[in-house]
Each structure stands twice: as structure tokens, then as C-alpha cells.
Design a protein around this ligand. Structure first.
Ligand SMILES: NC(=O)C1=CN([C@@H]2O[C@H](COP(=O)(O)OP(=O)(O)OC[C@H]3O[C@@H](n4cnc5c(N)ncnc54)[C@H](OP(=O)(O)O)[C@@H]3O)[C@@H](O)[C@H]2O)C=CC1
Ligand SMILES: O=C(O)C1=N[C@H](C(=O)O)C[C@H](O)C1
Length: 235
């Protein structure tokens, strides 16, 4: 039997953290050895040791950290991975320029993968946007993203990544954000010309898709050489 990949889940009390803890049990090749969240009520929950953020340094040895938290919680977990030589998978959005640079710096020491969206559908949407933008010079490009009311950042990380894909191919996108109800995540990329319009849409209806994508990425990243990996490298 092969040794399971040891995971640390950072942001464990959150919507994504809870999905990750639940779905990690579906993959026998993965073992959660630490769940980290701001405050801890129970030291061990469902057999998983829990640590408060202030105790992060006390976490046991792990192969990969999966981080879905907030920008204000991000720096210590990346630093811990770099210090220990553990891989790092993160889907936290709204990062600052300095935090993006810290990722770049850390990629010289550890394998890491940051993605604004861990769904397969958005990976394909990204390619479609590149193709449409390149083929439609001079058309207007608008990106409309819709999310639940508890989302803090706007535009969403995915909207910004799709916008960057459009920009690399000559388009200048505009952004609009909607915060309503419990929408999991929707992205519309609209190209408008004279007398015609193309609409490319992705709708996430369950955040398990993001959690499964991140767990898959963690399983595939463990043991790789240092570097900044993209989702398409591990799909
Ligand atoms: N890339 C992708 O595919 C996806 C990315 N996301 C992104 O993932 C992130 C998390 O989303 P979601 O789970 O919905 O958010 P939640 O607000 O539900 O969870 C955030 C987590 O971070 C913790 N946290 C917040 N502030 C701090 C702090 N200062 N110190 C330590 N821990 C802190 C929260 O703890 P507490 O419970 O105590 O507040 C909680 O565990 C967001 O950036 C979101 O945009 C989300 C879905 C998919
Ligand atoms: O906060 C969320 O919920 C989501 N955030 C990501 C983003 O900012 O793009 C991905 C997904 O849309 C859900």
C-alpha cells in the first residue's frame, strides 16, 4: 500500500474548508493531518486534529497545505510551507500584489499552485475566452460575475483571471459584480460587435467542484519539484 499524502487544510471552518474536510475522506490516497481555523472549539473533530491560526507553527508534518481562507490569513501558511518544504495549493482570492510576489518567490523553494477557480468548466471557459478575444478585435468585452452575499472581494478572482486571458489576446474587458442570495459562482463573458453578440457563461451550482479540484491538485502536486504550477499542469 502507498503512503497517503498528508494534508493541512487552512481555513477549515469556512464554506470551502468544510467541503474539503468532507470530500478528503472520499480519496484514500489523502489524509488530513491538520485542520487550521481562526478559533478552535474541539481539539479533535471527526478524527482530525484541529489547530487555531495562532498555533499554526505547532501543526504536525504535512506534505501539502490546501488554503481557502482570506488575504489577511494567507501569509503565515505560505511562509510555513516554504519553511518546511511542503507543497502549497491555494484558491484564496483578493490577494495583494505583494502576496502574488510572495507566491512567485516561494515557487523557487516549493511546488505551489494558486488558481482563482478549481473547476474544470472554468478551465475550459478560459480557453474559449482566449480564442474569442483573439478572433474578435475591436469588439466590446464585458465580464459579469455573480456570487453569494457573503463574498468579500469584487471583482471575483475568476473574473480577473478571465479578464487577463482576454487582455493577453487584445481585448480590454470591463467588469460588473452582483452579490445576491446564495449564488455559488457565475461568470458571463460577453463579446459585443455591431449587430451581434457572443455570451460565454459558466455556472457553478455546488462548491464541491472547487473542493474536488483542489484535492486533485494536491494529490498531483505532492513530491513534484519546486515551481509555480497551473491547474492545466495537473488536470
Ligand atoms: N479558487 C476557487 O476555486 C475558489 C476560491 N474561493 C475563495 O476561497 C476563499 C474562502 O472562501 P469561503 O470558504 O467561501 O470563505 P469563508 O469566509 O467561508 O471561509 C474563510 C476561512 O478563512 C478563515 N479566516 C478569515 N480571516 C482569517 C484570519 N484573519 N485569520 C485566520 N483565518 C481567517 C475563516 O475563519 P472564521 O470561520 O473564523 O472566520 C474561514 O475558515 C475566498 O477567498 C474565496 O474567494 C472560494 C471558492 C472557490
Ligand atoms: O468566493 C467564492 O465563493 C468563489 N470565489 C472564487 C472567485 O473569486 O472567483 C471562485 C468561485 O467563483 C467561488
Amino acid at each position: 500500500m502507498t503512503t497517503p499524502v498528508r494534508l493541512l487544510i487552512h481555513g477549515a471552518s469556512g464554506r470551502m474548508g468544510q467541503a474539503l474536510l468532507r470530500l478528503a475522506t472520499e480519496r484514500p490516497g489523502l489524509q488530513v493531518v491538520a485542520a487550521v481555523q481562526r478559533k478552535v472549539d474541539q481539539r479533535v473533530l471527526d478524527g482530525v486534529p484541529h489547530f487555531a491560526s495562532s498555533e499554526l507553527a505547532a501543526a504536525p508534518a504535512f506534505d501539502v497545505a490546501i488554503d481557502f481562507s482570506l488575504p489577511e490569513a494567507f501569509d503565515p501558511v505560505l511562509a510555513l510551507c516554504a519553511e518546511r518544504g511542503s507543497a502549497f495549493v491555494s484558491g484564496t482570492t483578493g490577494l495583494s500584489g505583494a502576496q502574488r510576489e510572495a507566491l512567485e518567490t516561494a515557487s523557487a523553494r516549493i511546488p505551489l499552485l494558486w488558481a482563482s477557480n478549481f473547476s474544470l468548466g472554468v478551465a475550459i471557459l478560459d480557453e474559449l475566452v482566449e480564442r474569442a478575444a483573439a478572433a474578435l478585435p475591436g469588439w466590446d468585452c464585458d465580464i459579469v460575475e455573480s456570487h453569494h452575499t457573503r463574498k468579500k472581494d469584487a471583482p471575483s478572482g475568476t473574473a480577473l483571471s478571465l479578464g487577463a486571458a482576454a487582455e493577453r489576446n487584445g481585448a480590454t474587458p470591463r467588469y460588473a459584480s452582483i452579490r445576491a442570495g446564495d449564488i455559488v459562482g457565475e461568470h458571463l463573458v460577453q463579446f459585443s460587435g455591431a449587430g451581434e453578440r457572443i455570451e460565454l457563461v459558466h455556472r457553478a451550482t455546488n462548491r464541491d467542484i472547487f473542493a474536488r479540484g483542489a484535492l486533485h491538485a494536491a494529490a498531483r502536486l505532492a513530491g513534484r519539484p519546486p515551481g509555480a504550477y497551473r491547474l492545466r499542469d495537473v488536470l
